[in-house]
Design a binder for this molecule. Structure first.
Ligand SMILES: Cc1cc2nc3c(=O)[nH]c(=O)nc-3n(C[C@H](O)[C@H](O)[C@H](O)COP(=O)(O)OP(=O)(O)OC[C@H]3O[C@@H](n4cnc5c(N)ncnc54)[C@H](O)[C@@H]3O)c2cc1C
Length: 436
């Protein structure tokens, strides 16, 4: 008899889980439940009448590494090759990276030569930070904040400037509270296995699976730094949704799950006035949301998940007459969260004003934008704070000890990038298929 898998959450993680389940040789019955009326979660593109696309969430996906290649493979399988908009390695956007420090933009050194000369915002050539890194002994702590890790290995200037910017850019977070082990596992592992982060990154893990396809080969040959899709990145979840329907997956939209109960080996997934029975549940909703839906017998699991909170981000899209592309500015993160936690609500106009000021000083676009869109995304980027790995271990232990047919996927756990989320869905589906 065919088993039923219910997937909670129609963001990219839940969609990826359904995609891989539906492709299995003996695919179970798959039901995807999404609270809102649309699929894609934070991946959202607003297509304007004049053809401009405003991205309200992610605007670029990295093709690098095994996960980048896996996403490209899925893109090809969905027939989206011709919609890809890549940023090739020889494009100025790929070659020039800047840090905004002390009210000015500073180009990051390119090539080996740049490492031997002092260049602002750094007071010394980066070569010295590299040398220090190579001779610093391995850390002994099971986890460390990103700032403390970088300060120990690279010195306080690189930690405060470069690693702090990285944490803001990827997690909209504070390097002094984020965990290096969970936010940047490749750096943590590189130190653990090779004693030096640089040596580890240089030598690699040696286990990378070399996937190939015409699109992956093209991305490698043209050294893409990232890619998007014509019509915006939301094209990807939309194509996934259409594909899933063609594969017989049931998609329920506008149906927030409001409770989970486990009885006689089956889940009862409550949708308010109705419920569904499931042999296995894949949760691809935020950890804090899941923690509130779990039955009382799973209280230790709920306790492990509840602290995995997310910060809010304001995204401001601005369009200027004569400029080729709209500009996306992200503001907020953990700093905005601190204000929100203190009960303050900031007006939308303030975000727009701050974004316009940033664009005027950093890009020289001083005129008023012809179009603008401000979106405040509440609790959108999970923060893997110190000890995150212990919370994941506690959750995994509970699930294993109680043989609960529940698998966790999504941005709350092991990576927030679109590639990470797609991989979490793939792994969740592989785990379920192994159990059946
Ligand atoms: C502003 C912003 C910019 C970003 N930029 C980039 C970028 O440039 N590149 C990159 O790689 N990544 C980027 N990211 C990260 C990435 O987009 C997200 O981490 C990823 O999309 C999260 O996907 P998800 O499916 O795990 O979660 P979500 O997108 O949060 O999806 C979860 C889904 O679950 C649904 N849900 C919630 N509660 C319930 C319930 N009770 N019942 C049923 N459904 C429920 C929600 O409605 C939602 O659709 C960005 C994120 C944000 C917010």
């Amino acid at each position: 008899m065919s088993r039923t898998v219910v997937v909670l959450g129609g963001g990219i993680s839940g969609l990826a889980a359904c995609y891989h389940l539906s492709r299995a040789p003996r695919s179970p019955k798959v039901v995807l439940i999404e609270a809102s009326q649309r699929l894609g979660g934070w991946i959202r593109s607003v297509r304007r009448e004049d053809g401009a696309v405003f991205e309200l969430g992610p605007r670029g996906i990295r093709p690098a590494g095994e996960l980048g290649a896996r996403t490209l493979l899925m893109v090809s399988e969905l027939g989206l090759d011709s919609a890809i908009l890549p940023v090739p390695g020889n494009h100025p956007a790929a070659q020039n990276r800047f840090l905004y420090v002390g009210g000015a933009l500073h180009p990051l050194p390119t090539g080996l030569r740049g490492l031997f000369f002092p260049a602002p915002p750094f007071s010394k050539p980066l070569f010295w930070a590299g040398l220090r890194e190579l001779i610093t002994p391995r850390g002994l702590e099971p986890d460390e904040t990103v700032h403390s890790f970088a300060e120990r290995r690279l010195g306080s200037e690189v930690a405060s400037i470069a690693m702090d910017s990285l944490c803001r850019g990827v997690f909209a977070g504070d390097s002094r509270v984020l965990s290096v082990r969970s936010c940047f596992p490749s750096l943590f592992k590189a130190e653990q296995t090779h004693r030096s982060m640089l040596l580890g990154l240089l030598l690699g893990s040696g286990q990378s699976l070399l996937l190939d396809s015409p699109l992956i080969s093209q991305a490698r040959a043209e050294r893409w730094s990232q890619w998007s899709l014509r019509g915006g990145l939301e094209t990807l979840p939309q194509a996934l949704g259409a594909h899933l329907i063609s594969q017989g997956v049931t998609i329920l939209k506008g149906q927030p799950v409001c409770g989970l109960n486990f009885h006689l080996g089956k889940w009862q997934v409550s949708l308010g006035d109705s419920s569904l029975e499931a042999d296995h549940v894949i949760s691809a909703i935020p950890a804090t949301v899941l923690s509130k839906l779990l039955p009382s017998e799973a209280a230790p699991l709920a306790q492990a998940l509840a602290p995995i909170r997310a910060v809010s981000v304001a995204v401001v899209n601005l369009q200027y007459l004569g400029a080729h592309l709209p500009v996306q500015v992200m503001l907020g993160g953990s700093w905005l969260q601190a204000l929100e936690d203190g009960g303050q609500t900031l007006p939308q106009e303030l975000f727009q004003q701050q974004a316009q000021e940033a664009v005027a000083t950093q890009l020289g676009l001083k005129k008023s934008p012809s179009q603008s869109l401000v979106s405040l995304h509440k609790s959108c980027i999970p923060q893997y704070t110190l000890g995150h790995w212990q919370r994941l271990e506690a959750a995994a232990q509970f699930l294993a000890n109680h043989q609960l047919p529940l698998t966790l996927a999504g941005a709350s756990y092991e990576g927030v990038s679109v590639n990470d989320c797609i991989e979490s869905g793939r792994r969740a589906s592989a785990h379920v298929l192994k159990e059946f």
